[in-house]
Design a protein around this ligand. Structure first.
Ligand SMILES: Cc1cc2nc3c(=O)[nH]c(=O)nc-3n(C[C@H](O)[C@H](O)[C@H](O)COP(=O)(O)OP(=O)(O)OC[C@H]3O[C@@H](n4cnc5c(N)ncnc54)[C@H](O)[C@@H]3O)c2cc1C
Length: 465
């Protein structure tokens, strides 16, 4: 449904940024998001050049009772960074980053991708706690919690936020921090895009790199039982500086893997050790020396390069469907089921992944931020990824059936940022546990009419537009 031309002309005159309408050249590119399964057609896309454009966009959507979506990096698996018919505020032009090395703080505009922040902070040997794929948006990642290689050391990304600037549903510009609007600040640190449009985020930074010990070691899938046992024991004794992600998947045609293994099932351990280089080198020698690897690129490298190692496996536009759970531990039964379903992968791009969480976040109380899940030590992710629409049913079925069996090992919690389009209220409640009720209360205060509905929501089912 297009929006009346006279209305969009009026909006255009209020903007510094541009507006893209259905039928305009570039409209299809402007509405596309990372997950190729999502095909939504907004009535207008505002490419915001600054906070004032966001304020105008919110006022316009509110006045004309239009669905409103906000896009940071467009990476959300459920396609929450775009909507049908309404107004899309695209923040991709707002990518400024200001670093203060003296206070170890960075202010980043909400359209930044992870790579933008890493690039600027690494100039000072500092890093924010961000995720594993550099084209992900900082806003969606941080508002939904956020975790990456640095999480075992420093916690959820949202636990390391000092403040955020926000435009509220009634068009006010407010700052949220421990001192200013503390209830809003609490809600924003995990509660998603429910409460307003965030225009910038202030992160605490930590000394990391610029060189670290990182990379990956791969073995044939036949060796997976032994590799998983080694990985479990290694991580149990490793300090939080050393984070290891375990992946099973068909070998991609990557130059570091021999040609004869391409397409064959492998198990890979991605390592990022941000401890002192000599200690880290000594530590990871155990992983490098284990069994008979078919590939090994675990070495001294820039932290900024480490942050891009998983980019090639996650290109924009492919078809994706994920299932996910938090795990308290990796036991033998879980490991056996994990391998069983990895062996059933039929797409060259799908994988089974175990991300480490355990460490700093476990030490905080459940209500520290909405993210809760302080008992989670691993994220199990089952990312199905394929190319042709005719394979949708089979690929989705693979991920669902693996999840059906593996969820028996869950803490009962799940990561809100990994929820797919069809996962509704029950799964959102699972993501937040006891923190859900407080989030619903903050939603009522800050967005009583549910203007910000294009998110995993706490509004009652009857609310909305
Ligand atoms: C390939 C890939 C790798 C990933 N890796 C990680 C990882 O390592 N760690 C991790 O924690 N997560 C990871 N994620 C999940 C990721 O955190 C979520 O998909 C997140 O929603 C992406 O943020 P975005 O800004 O790119 O998304 P978008 O699709 O742009 O937005 C997602 C949601 O955030 C809201 N939003 C965006 N910007 C704003 C804003 N400025 N103000 C208010 N609301 C806003 C949107 O309305 C929407 O509801 C990954 C996702 C992908 C696809």
């Amino acid at each position: 449904m297009s929006i009346d031309r006279a209305l969009t002309d009026a909006l255009k005159s209020q903007l510094r940024g541009t507006i893209v309408l259905p039928g305009d050249g570039g409209y299809d590119d402007a509405r596309s998001v990372w997950n190729g399964m999502i095909d939504k057609k907004p009535g207008a896309i505002v490419r915001c050049s600054g906070v004032a454009d966001i304020v105008q966009g919110i006022a316009f959507a509110r006045e004309h009772r239009l669905p409103l979506a906000v896009r940071g990096g467009g990476h959300n698996i459920a396609g929450l960074g775009v909507c049908n018919d309404g107004l899309l505020l695209d923040l991709a032009a707002m990518r400024g980053v200001w670093v203060d090395p003296a206070t170890k703080r960075a202010h980043a505009q909400a359209g930044c991708l992870l790579a933008d922040v890493d690039r600027e902070t690494q100039l000072h040997g500092l890093a924010a706690v961000l995720g594993f794929v550099s084209a992900t948006g900082i806003a969606g990642l941080t508002l939904g919690g956020g975790f990456g290689y640095l999480t075992p050391r420093f916690g959820w990304t949202c636990d390391t936020v000092e403040s955020m600037n926000v435009v509220t549903a009634d068009g006010r510009l407010v700052r949220a921090s421990e001192r200013e609007n503390p209830d809003l600040f609490w809600g924003l640190r995990g509660g998603g895009g429910n409460f307003g449009v965030v225009t910038s985020i202030e992160y605490r930074l930590f000394p990391v790199g610029p060189e670290i010990i990182g990379g990956a070691v791969a073995w044939r899938a036949e060796d997976a039982p032994a590799v998983m046992e080694m990985h479990r024991k290694f991580m149990a004794s490793a300090p939080p500086e050393c984070a290891c992600v375990l992946v099973m998947r068909p070998a991609p045609p990557a130059p570091w893997l021999p040609r004869e293994i391409h397409g064959k099932p492998i198990v890979v351990v991605f390592v990022c050790d941000t401890g002192p280089l000599a200690d880290a080198e000594k530590r990871v020698a155990k992983v490098k020396a284990f069994g008979k690897p078919v590939g090994d690129i675990l070495q001294r490298r820039p932290y900024s390069v480490q942050q891009t190692l998983l980019d090639a496996a996650n290109p924009k536009g492919r078809r994706y469907y994920w299932k996910s759970e938090y795990l308290p531990a990796i036991g033998d039964d879980m490991g056996a089921k994990f391998r069983e379903h990895a062996a059933r992968i039929s797409s060259p791009h799908s994988a089974m992944v175990l991300f480490p969480l355990g460490g700093a976040l476990n030490a905080l109380p459940a209500a520290h931020s909405p993210m809760g899940n302080r008992d989670a030590r691993w994220v199990l992710n089952i990312p199905a990824s394929w190319e042709r629409a005719e394979d949708d049913a089979a690929q989705i079925e693979w991920a669902r059936s693996a999840w059906q069996e593996l969820k028996a090992f869950s803490t009962g919690g799940t990561y809100v940022n990994f929820l797919t389009e069809e996962e509704g209220d029950e799964r959102v409640r699972a993501a937040y546990g006891a923190n859900y009720a407080r989030l619903a209360g903050i939603k009522k205060t800050w967005d009583p009419d549910n203007l910000f509905s294009n998110t995993k929501s706490f509004a009652p089912a009857s609310a909305g537009r």
